[in-house]
Structure formats: structure tokens, C-alpha cells
Ligand binder design. Structure first.
Ligand code: CP
Ligand code: NVA
Length: 303
């Protein structure tokens, strides 16, 4: 069997993604029931972080431990990577020691180079371009609260960033409608729009956040300036109309969900009343990073 990498939702089949989500639901229920199994006993996951993280770092670490495996935490700057050893050589060396590699890094090309040169599974823990693990947790969370996401409508308001890119791919893979409102100059990369539409994604783009969220089942947003993207930071006055506040939330369906990958910048992209209010499921999303990624790890490692 070829090595199973988890680089992007577009790189994994719809059937495999659904299999992982179903598995995540079962694993979560079993954990809550107190069942413990150790299918990854003896396996080691190397985690490379070129950017900060709370959720990704802790959820992969705890997830691996719950599955009976172990982790090694690495930061790019403390490795020879930071002294210009190549990603390709790093991939070949790490593959001799560990059973899988999770990486959070800057350019997507670094992730792909690691994947091309590793002989063990590589998992994308966020790049400048995408954040597929986040979307696995987000779809799991939506379905926990509202049932099958297929045919539902989700709205994104804010910056056209890495989380939106994976959301665009998710809309095709999980067959939901996606409305996108971003200010001029903050559009998502065309390649993700094209891929989504070519794979059945039903996308609607507008400059108006009010139009985007009108009667939708869920509103999603994220920070206005992503890690390492400070060079393309736009003034807050550009983004302020895209803030998710009670007035905007009220335009969605009465039982609409509010999602945010966290960390949140309260008072910027979302107000306290929304993120702490009855529509918000942000901490379920954070929890589900753990359960969804355990399913990803099990899929990659054949457990
Ligand atoms: N949502 C997310 O990836 O959070 P961290 O940056 O804390 O890992
Ligand atoms: N778009 C954000 C997500 C953080 C989890 C960033 O890349 O900084």
C-alpha cells in the first residue's frame, strides 16, 4: 500500500475523508465511555513547528498518547533545518526514525517537499496556504450539532486565508454550499476556487457580509492577519464591516452556528457577545481537533 499522507482535503478522496469523520465520531464516543485502546503502541510521531500553536500542538500530542503512541516535538529553528539543511534531507532522515511526521510551516512547497521525500506519512498541521485538520474538526462539529452538512449553507466573512482555502475544498468534498464575503484585495487564491468548482463546489462570492450570511446554517470567520502574513495586513477599517457581531449573526438562520478555528481576536473579527453566545461552538471545534486528528493518525498509520 502506498504511503498515506494527509496534506490537503483535495489530496484525499471523499470516501476516505468520510471514513475518517465517521471514525472520529466513534473514537470520541468510546473515549467518553472510558474505553481505552492502544492501536499505535510503539509508534512515534515527529511534530515540526515553524509557527506558534496551542490547539494543533496539544491535540496531536494528546491524541497520539491516547492511541498508545509517542511524540517528539521539534521546532524548525532548533533543528539543522534552521541552519539550511534541506527539507528533503530532513524528510529522509526523520523517515528512518519515526513512523509519521506532522508539520506546521510557512510555504506549502515546504510541506510538499517533505511529503515527496518522506517514506512515512506526512500530515499538514497548517501552512500559509491551507489548514485541512481544522476543517475535519469543523465538519465534525457542524454535523454533531446540525446533522449532515451536505446541502447546508455555510458563510465565510473576513480574510481570504488558509482556513478559507481548506473550507473551499471542504465544500466540494462534503457537498455544502459556501458563501464567501471578503474585502477587495483579500480574495482567496484562485486555484482553490477552481479546484472546488471543478469538483462540484457550489460557491457564491460577494463583497457584502450581510448578503453572504443571509439565512445560512453557519457563519465562519478567522483572524484578519494570519501568522507570517503581516506583510499583507490590511487596515482594520477594511475588515471592520466583516466583523461577526450580534447584528450580522441575526441575519443567519435563528439556529445558525458560529465557528472560529481560534485563536480569536475578540473585538476584531468577532465580538464577545457572539463568540460567548448561544450560536457559538468554538470550544467544541477545538475539542474535536483531538478526535478528528486521532482518526487522521489512525488512517495514515493503518490502525
Ligand atoms: N486552530 C489552530 O490551529 O490553533 P493553534 O494555532 O493554536 O494550533
Ligand atoms: N489563519 C490563521 C489560523 C490560525 C490557526 C493563521 O494562519 O494564523
Amino acid at each position: 500500500m502506498s504511503v498515506r499522507h494527509f496534506t490537503d482535503l483535495s489530496a484525499v478522496s471523499e470516501g476516505d475523508l468520510r471514513f475518517m469523520l465517521d471514525d472520529a465520531v466513534v473514537r470520541k464516543a468510546r473515549l467518553k465511555a472510558g474505553e481505552r485502546t492502544r492501536p499505535l503502541e510503539g509508534k512515534v510521531l515527529a511534530m515540526i513547528f515553524d509557527k506558534p500553536s496551542t490547539r494543533t500542538r496539544v491535540s496531536f500530542d494528546v491524541g497520539m498518547r491516547q492511541l498508545g503512541g509517542e511524540t517528539i516535538m521539534l521546532t524548525g529553528t532548533e533543528m539543522q533545518l534552521g541552519r539550511s539543511e534541506t527539507i528533503a534531507d530532513t524528510a529522509k532522515v526523520l523517515s528512518r526514525y519515526v513512523d509519521a511526521i506532522m508539520i506546521r510551516t510557512t510555504s506549502h512547497e515546504r510541506l510538499l517537499e517533505l511529503t515527496e521525500n518522506a517514506t512515512v506519512p506526512v500530515i499538514n498541521g497548517l501552512t500559509d496556504d491551507t489548514h485541512p485538520c481544522q476543517l475535519m474538526a469543523d465538519i465534525m462539529t457542524f454535523e454533531e450539532h446540525r446533522g449532515p452538512v451536505a446541502g447546508k449553507t455555510i458563510a465565510w466573512t473576513g480574510d481570504g486565508n488558509n482556513v478559507l482555502h481548506s473550507l473551499l475544498e471542504a465544500s466540494a468534498r462534503f457537498r455544502f454550499n459556501l458563501n464567501v464575503a471578503v474585502p477587495e484585495g483579500s480574495e482567496p487564491a484562485q486555484k482553490h476556487i477552481d479546484w472546488s468548482q471543478a469538483h462540484g463546489g457550489k460557491l457564491h462570492f460577494t463583497r457584502s457580509p450581510e448578503e453572504a450570511v443571509d439565512q445560512v446554517d453557519c457563519i465562519v470567520t478567522d483572524c484578519w492577519v494570519s501568522m507570517g502574513q503581516e506583510h499583507r495586513a490590511r487596515g482594520h477599517n477594511v475588515f471592520s464591516p466583516y466583523q461577526v457581531n450580534a447584528k450580522l449573526m441575526a441575519k443567519a438562520k435563528p439556529d445558525a452556528l458560529f465557528m472560529h478555528c481560534l485563536p480569536a481576536h475578540r473585538g476584531e473579527e468577532v465580538t464577545d457577545e457572539v463568540i460567548d453566545g448561544p450560536h457559538s461552538v468554538v470550544f467544541d471545534e477545538a475539542e474535536n481537533r483531538l478526535h478528528a486528528q486521532k482518526a487522521v493518525l489512525a488512517w495514515c498509520l493503518g490502525a
